[in-house]
Design a protein. Structure first.
Lengths: 323, 247
């Protein structure tokens, strides 16, 4: 028997492939943005959802990645090299940012990472010689791979979704290795994990480094998608938004970030008719959901599936008895 | 016989109070040593100093002759020292089987080989054997948080044995467990001990449990050892009776 989750997954993948052919350029831009933000949210979901380390710095890593790619490609480096450099740089910086997490947890850690986001914003804004300051960087080119140009929206969408597929596949594999179990152990009970030989220090740093590196890779997609970057895009707002995606989708669920990013990208567009009120509506919906189901939309789905199975079970039993 | 664990002149003070005051003892291979004493006598502090959770103020701890004072708990564990906790410490959202695999996986290969290797780190069969041994087979796929208190205690003990440790420190294994489950736990501990000639150190309040399980008992009061010997001797020792009923 095929599991319902598999059917949903296959259907979603089919929609992701077919949908852009029916969308206008702005629609394609939006779903490309979804793919890019999902990459960053998957990284944050590792740090927060699996390893249990609060971070309000993911937006800053998207910024570091975006600026790395913009500066390197404009200096004449090939895009693939800049892409790898963005991931590697964020891995290293994320590793260093992990050190405070070895000393403080929860809201204290949230403050440390929040300060880091402000710091990155200030560097991007003030170091004009490097980043162009508030003017940002204009005219970032979209990459060309072996003669395939991603200049058109449709091509860039498939490049983004392809990257998302590869990266989420790698994440899936890692979470199913002993590392995934160790990350969850770190979240659930670090003291016990330590007594079982789990080097919690190293796994904490890894959770930060890998999560941040995915933020950087998202930035490496963001820069050529938007083709214009400025410091304000990577201020605290983006970090909060990414955190919201992880929580709304379902923190600690593998597909939570996919769902959360979809909500975060589409909801503002759908509630646009309400004009200035759309943020208000979004906020109200988030508060409602946190009150009803803190485990996010996928948590809600899991609960519904369980309730459904419970209702079907007695029915099946009754059927069996009747025979 | 060689000493698996040596504790020499161990002292731990908090402020002006010495919770553990110049304690020395040895545990030989295959022994089951019980440590008893009234509340606040320093049992848990002693345990935490041995296990690297607390840094002793002075003194030394050696495992197989090797000084381990100041070693981090994860490194100590990889030397073959494992423990259970007084309060329940399982991973509630992991399955029973995953709890056990986790308890052994960090002893397999390197960080890199674990990333690219098999999901169960090659421990699937060992975990299943341990599940059978502690008679948890019908619960193997359940989340550990869904188990009863006594079943979680069994799982907790099973996790401590998963990596085939040389020395296991059990912190109040009988606490809060009903009598049926307690008999079962004791019988499993004895069976494991007989099978592997493992060395145990047990902190316990439940006298019957200690007297039945342990080969030697050490009595702590106010951070010092006031008596030690075979269980039946210790029980009659006037100093022990004084410490328990005293003042």
């Amino acid at each position: 028997m095929i599991r319902p989750a598999t059917i949903v997954l296959v259907a979603a993948a089919a929609i992701a492939v077919v949908a852009p052919f029916f969308l206008k350029p702005f629609g394609i831009y939006l779903i490309s943005m979804w793919a890019v933000l999902t990459v960053a949210a998957i990284g944050l979901n590792l740090t927060i959802g699996y390893a249990g380390q609060v971070s309000l710095a993911q937006g800053a890593f998207v910024g570091i990645g975006a600026y790395t790619v913009a500066l390197m490609t404009q200096a004449g480096w090939p895009y693939p090299l800049a892409f790898v450099a963005a991931g590697a740089l964020c891995f290293a910086v994320g590793w260093i940012l992990g050190y405070p997490a070895l000393r403080v947890q929860h809201h204290y850690l949230a403050f440390v990472t929040l300060a880091f986001t402000s710091l990155v914003f200030l560097v991007l804004r003030n170091e004009e010689w490097l980043t162009g300051g508030t003017h940002g960087i204009n005219g970032i080119a979209r990459p060309v791979f072996f003669g395939w140009s991603t200049g058109k929206p449709l091509d860039f969408y498939f490049f983004s979704v392809g990257t998302l597929t590869v990266l989420s596949g790698a994440m899936w594999r890692m979470l199913r290795s002993p590392w995934g179990r160790a990350f969850v152990a770190l979240r659930e009970n670090p003291v016990r994990a330590l007594s079982l030989g789990v080097d919690t220090r190293r796994y904490t740093l890894m959770a930060f480094a890998i999560g941040s590196s995915l933020g950087g890779l998202a930035g490496a997609l963001y820069a050529p998608l938007v083709q214009f970057i400025e410091p304000g895009s990577f201020a605290l707002g983006l970090s909060f938004n990414l955190l919201l995606m992880v929580i709304v989708g379902g923190s600690g669920y593998f597909f939570g970030p996919f769902v959360g990013a979809l909500v975060a990208v589409l909801l503002p567009e759908w509630t646009r008719i309400a004009q200035g009120y759309y943020l208000l509506i979004y906020a109200a919906l988030v508060m409602l959901m946190m009150a009803v189901c803190p485990s996010g939309l996928l948590g809600l789905a899991a609960r519904a599936a369980k309730a459904l199975a419970r209702r079907q079970l007695p029915a099946l039993r009754a059927e069996g008895a009747g025979r | 016989m060689t000493a698996v664990l040596e504790v020499a002149n161990l002292r731990k003070s908090f402020g002006g109070i010495a919770a553990v005051d110049d304690v020395s003892f040895e545990v030989r291979e295959g022994e089951i040593l019980g440590i008893i004493g009234p509340n606040g006598s320093g049992k848990s502090t002693l345990f935490n100093c041995i296990l690297g959770q607390l840094t002793p103020s002075s003194g030394e701890v050696r495992v197989d002759g090797k000084p381990t004072t100041g070693l981090r708990p994860c490194n100590l564990n990889r030397l073959g020292v494992s423990r259970t906790f007084q309060l329940l410490q399982v991973f509630p959202r992991l399955s029973v089987r995953d709890n056990l695999v986790l308890a052994g996986q960090e002893h397999q290969g390197s960080m890199t080989s674990r990333l690219f290797g098999r999901a169960d780190a090659g421990l699937g069969r060992v975990a299943d054997r341990m599940i059978d041994f502690f008679r948890l087979s019908h619960l193997a796929g359940e989340e550990a948080g869904a188990l009863s208190y006594g079943q979680q205690k069994l799982l907790d003990a099973a996790m401590a044995f998963m990596a085939g440790p040389r020395l296991v420190l059990l912190d109040e294994p009988a606490g809060g467990v009903n009598l049926t489950m307690l008999g079962h736990l004791r019988e499993r501990l004895e069976a494991y001990h007989a099978e592997r000639n493992a060395t145990f150190v047990v902190i316990e309040h439940q006298m019957e449990f200690v007297m039945a399980l342990c080969t030697r008992v050490l009595v702590l009061a106010e951070g010092r050892i006031i008596a030690q010997g075979a269980p039946h001797e210790v029980r009659r020792d006037p100093a022990v009776i004084e410490a328990y009923l005293g003042h």
